[in-house]
Design a protein around this ligand. Structure first.
Ligand code: EPZ
Length: 429
């Protein structure tokens, strides 16, 4: 298994290109199943999760073709991938595939909408929390689907097609909003989703669906209306820039000091997180080409944060922010409200010398003067990258094991950081 070795102490200076968003790409790929015509996605990041989902979709009959040259010559430009779902050959998503990636459960929406049936394995446990699927089931039931959960599978049928409905999510869910919105595009009548997720990735999916012929309004607000149509058609859509990758690199610069242009990044996608960074003492500037992040010799101020659905502080940046706060002047209280078990990085950060006390969903981080490199290991994607950030500011070598977590969601992380002066290398086992 590969590992990454970071030797701390260098500031970051230069330009980092921001890739297309993983969490927009995945639902967009799944949306290709809604039409017999090709869906072409541009700015697709080269990530393990994208490759896994391509294979999962292929099991349902979705062919795909990567446009243009090979990876090496494409650089970091983002790939263009054509998805062809002219025939859905299988409406079952088996356990072996769904258990590899939770988001593949989301195929239930397009399968049910287009084929009138779906049998999808429950995704099972996950390191960051229990992550149930009740909101998916209830919203699809509201649209007339008959759903049974048995023997680890969700079986859904809508022989006469789905029907428009009014549904209020009792809790904000990104995935359930994606799925209900996709399903409603082909339902008879109008669906109104209330308390919907407002994440930019939901808006990106809605824009693509509208390009495919769907009638959607309100995406990006908590009430989304979808007027069902008979069929959707092909479209070409560019994936929006990854706000979590943007925030991650911004925090890395905050941690090491330096001056970096995050090329292609859009400040509007992560207002709250950037406001918090400014409060820590970082300079943030939106330029035409992207966001400039800089911190000179001044110390890092401690700031409290609470994770929340968009537009609040994203849970996907909580671990990275905690890494930053380990070196702040003072005490920061970090509260995680989205997932019940998303503090797995705490013990690993402690191995580097961080002072963090966890009490339920609160972490109290007292900044220390010095972190010291050590071997560390993480159990999820964002936790892994938080250890890289800490390693950039630690004395000596930090070896991050289980790099496959990083490869799921960060495109060429070590290449992007080393281009800005970080001492970071991958060791292949
Ligand atoms: C998406 O997960 C993201 N994944 C996650 O990013 C992100 O952390 C999360 O949204 C929150 O922003 C993708 O987009 C692929 P949710 P999702 O449904 O949709 C509960 C990363 O690192 N819930 O919004 O699965 C759930 O347990 C990943 O890139 C129910 O109770 O998250 C959680 O507490 C990790 N019942 C809360 O809602 C349900 O039926 C929010 O989860 C569904 C969810």
């Amino acid at each position: 298994m590969d590992s990454i070795v970071v030797t701390g102490g260098n500031t970051l200076n230069g330009t980092i290109p921001i890739s297309g968003a993983k969490n927009a790409t995945l639902p967009l790929m799944i949306a290709s199943m809604l039409t017999e015509e090709p869906l072409v996605l541009e700015n697709v990041p080269e990530l393990a999760d994208v490759n896994s989902l391509s294979r999962i979709l292929a099991n349902h009959g979705v062919d795909y073709r990567v446009e243009g040259k090979k990876r090496e010559s494409n650089g970091l430009a983002g790939r263009t991938i054509h998805f062809f779902a002219d025939e859905i050959v299988d409406t079952t998503a088996p356990y072996e595939l769904v258990s590899k990636m939770r988001a593949s459960f989301w195929v239930i929406g397009p399968l049910l909408a287009r084929m009138g049936k779906a049998r999808v394995s429950l995704p099972g446990g996950c390191a960051i929390g229990t992550r149930p699927v009740d909101l998916f089931i209830e919203s699809l039931r509201a649209m007339g689907a008959e759903i049974d959960v048995e023997a680890g599978y969700v079986t859904a049928n809508a022989p006469g097609g789905l029907k428009g409905a009014q549904y209020r999510f009792p809790k904000v869910s990104v995935g359930a909003t994606h799925v209900a919105m996709m399903a409603a595009t082909l339902a008879k009548g109008t669906t109104v989703l209330e308390n919907a997720a407002r994440e930019p990735e939901v808006t990106d999916l809605a824009q693509c669906l509208v390009g495919m012929g769907a009638r959607i309004s309100g995406a990006g607000t908590s009430t989304i209306s979808i007027e069902g149509v008979d069929s959707l058609h092909g479209y070409r859509h560019a994936v929006l820039p990854d706000r979590i990758e943007t925030g991650t690199f911004a925090m890395a610069v905050a941690m090491t000091g330096g001056d970096v242009l995050l090329k292609g990044a859009q400040a509007g996608l992560l207002e709250n997180a950037l406001d918090v960074l400014v409060q820590t003492g970082v300079t943030i500037e939106q330029k035409n080409e992207g966001i400039r992040v800089a911190r000179n010799g001044a110390g890092i101020r401690a700031v409290d944060v609470t994770t929340d659905p968009f537009p609040g502080f994203p849970t996907d940046l909580q671990a990275q922010f905690m890494a930053l706060m380990t070196k702040a002047d003072g005490v920061s209280n970090i509260r995680e409200t989205i997932f019940e078990n998303r503090f797995m990085h705490v013990q690993e950060l402690a191995r580097l010398g961080a002072d963090i006390k966890v009490d339920g969903n609160n972490a109290r981080v007292t900044g220390v003067r010095k972190l010291t490199g050590a071997p560390v290991m993480a159990t999820d994607l964002r936790a892994s990258v938080s250890l890289v950030i800490a390693g950039l500011a630690a004395e000596g070598d930090t070896t991050v094991n289980r790099v496959y977590h990083l490869d799921r969601g960060f495109e060429r992380l070590e290449e992007k950081l080393s281009a800005c002066g970080a001492s970071i290398k991958r060791i292949s086992a």
